[in-house]
Design a protein around this ligand. Structure first.
Ligand code: PLP
Length: 409
């Protein structure tokens, strides 16, 4: 029996395993050390009471004949689809049809599963550094060639660094699929309307598809940054948008997200043009039995007045932490990016230190755990990711300690 050798050939989930290993070794030697974790990408604040109550009521209702729900519709309940369209699109003047919304158990499964729609020889482009799921899920399907010296031979890397202000260039070779994530994980940076428009125009001209991951859109504060790629004219022809309730509403453990696939987005099957919406419907109806009813009720409660008020309290809390990190480290002589429209702060390592060396330095000297940029791709070397998902008190203490380390360098 033969297995998928592309999965076997993947580099191991090195980044977080290596972080855990180094932290464990340090803790074993220093059991009393008060470690502060600013490496986590998981939220920490509890669910909104209002949203949790909606979920609990729906769950209890399932024990009654009137409230019982069996298999959910494959693409999602219309009450949630309507709430999403109204709350995230119509309210911004964007027209999305109910059959273009697909409810799922999260953006990570969506971005991972979506590549099933693309042919085996599609060329993939990603910004670098990058959320690793886009890369690994395509590598699993054998699209990326071989992994040598930290790079995939068939993957098109679009470097994002301080020199280009974290705005990637357009691909110079033909890319069939381009993954964009804004606000960005890991850099915390954003693209303005004008900057994103260049990518939409490029995709239309090249007959390419943009997979747009908007998992962090709730953190946008700037007025010149789009919440949705569909705010850019023409994007309905070339873009799929993946969204999540994880970071705005704390659903990392509840699991719910959604994907928008406009009817106009299409590609070639042989010589025939086929709508990706149609293909995804076919895939979803075969492979999914929907997302559980109480979870979809909870997600819909995110959109009512009380839900919005409560979830945005947490978003503002994290943004305030991001501000503490940004200002604190900049004030201590650090060079920092992101953190104004995102829970992530991307710091240039001092004196161009290797990102793992800086990780060790902070672990040993400040007892602070972050994430080395190199783990997100070759252009992440020389950078370090800090997250705003800890408490305000621990965030302040961590910044004080990091500033102490910077002062000694
Ligand atoms: N997309 C990006 C860019 C992320 O950083 C994350 C989580 O860290 C996800 C998607 C995961 O979203 P979900 O929890 O909905 O699967």
């Amino acid at each position: 029996m033969k297995l998928n050798s592309c999965i076997a050939a993947l580099p191991s989930g090195y980044l977080f395993a290596e972080i855990a290993k180094r932290v464990k070794a340090y803790s074993a030697l220093h059991p009393d050390a008060d470690l502060i974790r600013l490496g986590i990408g998981d939220v920490t604040r509890p669910l909104s009471k209002h949203v949790a109550q909606a979920m609990a009521d729906a769950a209890l209702g399932m024990s009654t004949p009137e409230g019982f729900h069996g298999y959910a519709p494959d693409y999602g309940y219309s009450f949630l689809i309507d709430a999403i369209i109204q709350g995230d699109y119509s309210s911004r003047g964007i027209e999305i049809n109910p059959d273009e919304v697909f409810i799922s158990d999260g953006a990570k499964p969506d971005v991972g599963n979506l590549q099933e729609l693309f042919s085996a020889d599609s060329r993939i482009a990603v910004t670098d550094p990058v959320y690793p799921v886009y890369v690994d899920s395509n590598a699993m399907s054998g699209r990326l060639g071989v992994f040598e010296n930290g790079k995939w031979s068939r993957l098109i890397y679009l470097p994002c660094n301080a020199e280009n202000d974290f705005v990637p260039s357009l691909p110079t070779e033909k890319a069939d699929i381009l993954y964009l994530c804004y606000p960005n994980n890991p850099t915390g940076t954003v693209l303005t309307f004008a900057q994103l428009k260049k990518f939409v125009d490029w995709a239309i001209e090249m007959d390419s598809i943009i997979v747009y991951d908007a998992a962090y859109k709730a953190f946008i504060t700037r007025g010149d940054v789009p919440f949705s790629i569909y705010e850019i004219p023409g994007a309905r022809k070339c873009a799929i948008e993946c969204c999540s309730f994880s970071k705005n509403a704390g659903f990392t453990g509840v699991r719910c997200g959604y994907m928008i696939i406009p009817r106009e987005v299409s590609g070639l099957c042989g010589t025939e043009r086929v709508s990706l919406n149609r293909l995804w419907q076919r895939r979803a109806s075969t492979k999914s039995n929907g997302v559980s009813y109480p979870v979809q009720v909870a997600a819909a409660a995110v959109y009512d007045e009380q839900g919005q008020r409560e979830i945005m309290e947490s978003v503002r809390y994290y943004l305030a932490n991001a501000g503490i990190i940004r200002k604190g480290l900049a004030g201590a002589g650090g060079t920092v990016f992101g953190g104004t429209d995102s829970p992530y702060i991307w710091m240039q390592t001092p004196h161009r230190m290797k990102s793992w060396d800086f990780f060790d330095l902070l672990l040993n000297e400040a007892n602070v755990v972050g994430t080395p940029g190199e783990g997100f791709g070759p252009s992440g070397e020389g950078y370090f990711r800090l997250t705003a998902f800890n408490t305000k008190e621990k965030t302040e203490e961590a910044v004080r300690r990091i500033a102490g380390v910077l002062a000694k360098l």
